[in-house]
Unconditional design. Structure first.
Length: 97
């Protein structure tokens, strides 16, 4: 399974309804599970991003479909990063010419 870090910011709609954010997070977990994506953690953060989510999925297509579904609801804008563990990075480095 690949690991993804999703950085999120509330939209104007999302911040107007911020009291619903915990409920939306639970709904997101259910949606992700249905899509075959595992939600490892969700954090509400201070600073540049309002949310940081750690996900695992079999491929980029699953993450992209989930991100488009969530984005279409209008509460959050996201930036998704593919993350590599130390073991995965070792394998990548071993393939360098």
């Amino acid at each position: 399974m690949a690991t993804y870090i999703v950085l999120g910011n509330f939209t104007d709609q999302g911040i107007r309804n911020v009291k619903e954010t915990a409920k939306r997070a639970e709904a997101f977990k259910a949606l992700a599970k249905k899509a075959g994506v595992t939600v490892k953690d969700i954090y509400w953060t201070l600073g540049r991003y309002d949310l940081v989510t750690i996900l695992e999925a079999a491929d980029d297509e699953l993450i992209t479909a989930l991100g488009l579904s969530v984005g279409s609801l209008g509460n959050i804008r996201t930036q998704t990063l593919r993350a590599f563990s130390a073991e995965e990075m070792g394998g990548i480095l071993a393939k360098m010419p």
